[in-house]
Design a protein around this ligand. Structure first.
Ligand code: NDP
Length: 332
């Protein structure tokens, strides 16, 4: 696949450039809002073309775009990329509003382009193994899930993410990832309640940097399942975790929300405690492999546009609840 990178971002620099090249794919251009940043990024990562004009990338022969700009720019850039004939892998959250994301999904479908969201966790080997344990009935019927996704935000990332407006805030950043995992595991989210605060002394912008969210899911038999997430930019030392309680046992996934191919699973049942260490590949490589296959008509991306929308729906409901102080019901 010949890629254009839209967004001279940290995630592109630290993860996706490597993962794209590890597949043998090519990066033909980088697009930035600033020519200086585009040139810097291109020089650092050995990319031929640096531009501020997306239409340039058509001339560069790109087939797919990876959009990893700040969240409020995704909608316009994905729209332009699809209009330019490109398949798109978009960072999460796909957009800031549901109607915008729905419009992009429809636009991609009309133009027969693949649109996927780079939630790297659901497709990972670790989460696939956890789902296999659940589907295999190892812990019986699932009753509840807890996600700990509280880490310390890197110093150079303390920019737009900390703003309450225009795509910042902990919920759009982390709860979206949590929802991408929980939605696939638990079924249909039906109501959401949340609180969020700003705690960090270094958080000058005052946007929310920590949140706790409670979600009620319904499984295929319409049985209720409770899920709870703790998302924060402020916690210095805590491994991320996904804990699933069932009628016959518990699955504890340690380092569950990492960008690295690491993490272990503990299964606790009446038979005792069993530790699993599934072999793991780079989660971003898995996303790219499925995306590339989907562009040739072979299968689906690891997280489709519609699954990205479902994750966003939970996150936006959490934001609404945190702002209004009310429980938000989701249409089924
Ligand atoms: P960055 O802040 O590193 O980059 C976002 C944008 O900020 C860039 O596209 C760039 O704009 C601009 N920018 C970068 N450096 C500077 C600078 N020094 N001065 C001014 N502007 C700058 O964001 P992230 O890489 O952390 O996140 C990008 C996207 O990826 C977000 O949507 C985020 O939610 C998502 N993300 C996803 C992860 C995942 O695991 N799936 C993990 C981390 C982030 P321009 O392009 O105009 O140059």
């Amino acid at each position: 696949v010949k890629w254009v990178l839209i967004g001279a971002s940290n995630i592109a620099a630290t993860r996706l450039v490597l993962a794209i090249r590890a597949r043998g794919d090519e990066i033909v251009a980088v697009v930035s809002g600033s020519m200086e940043r585009a040139l810097d990024f291109a020089a650092q990562h050995d990319i031929r073309r640096a531009t501020t004009d997306l239409t340039d990338t058509i001339r560069a022969g790109a087939e797919a775009a990876y959009v990893s700009s700040a969240n409020h720019l995704h909608y316009g850039q994905v729209t332009a990329a699809i209009h330019a004939g490109l398949h798109v892998l978009c960072e999460k959250p796909m957009t800031l509003r549901l109607d915008e994301s729905e419009h992009l999904a429809a636009l991609a479908a009309t133009n027969r382009r693949v649109l996927a969201v780079n939630h790297h966790l659901p497709g990972s080997d670790l989460h696939a193994e956890a789902r296999e344990l659940v589907d295999g009935g190892e812990i019986g019927a699932v009753l509840s899930a807890r996600i700990a996704h509280a880490t310390l935000l890197r110093v150079d990332g303390r920019t737009w993410r900390l703003r309450g407006q225009r795509g910042g805030g902990i919920i759009l950043d982390r709860t979206t990832h949590d929802a991408s995992v929980l939605n696939r595991l638990l079924g249909t989210p039906v109501r959401v309640s949340a609180m969020q605060v700003a705690q960090a002394t270094w958080n000058q912008d005052g946007g929310p940097d920590a949140a706790m969210v409670t979600i009620e899911y319904r499984d295929l038999d319409d049985r209720p399942i409770l899920a709870q997430t703790h998302d924060a930019f402020t916690v210095t030392a805590d491994p991320t975790r996904l804990t699933l309680h069932g009628t016959r046992g518990t699955i504890d996934v340690i380092d569950a929300m990492s960008q690295e191919p690491r993490g272990t699973i503990e299964l606790l049942t009446a038979a005792g405690r069993r530790e699993l260490r599934p072999p793991q590949r780079d989660p971003y490589g898995i996303v790219l492999d499925a995306f590339a296959a989907a562009t040739t008509g072979d299968g689906q991306p690891t997280v489709t546009a519609y699954e990205g929308i479902a994750a966003l729906r939970v996150a936006l409901a959490a934001e609404e609840s945190a702002t209004s102080g009310r429980v938000v019901e989701l249409a089924r």
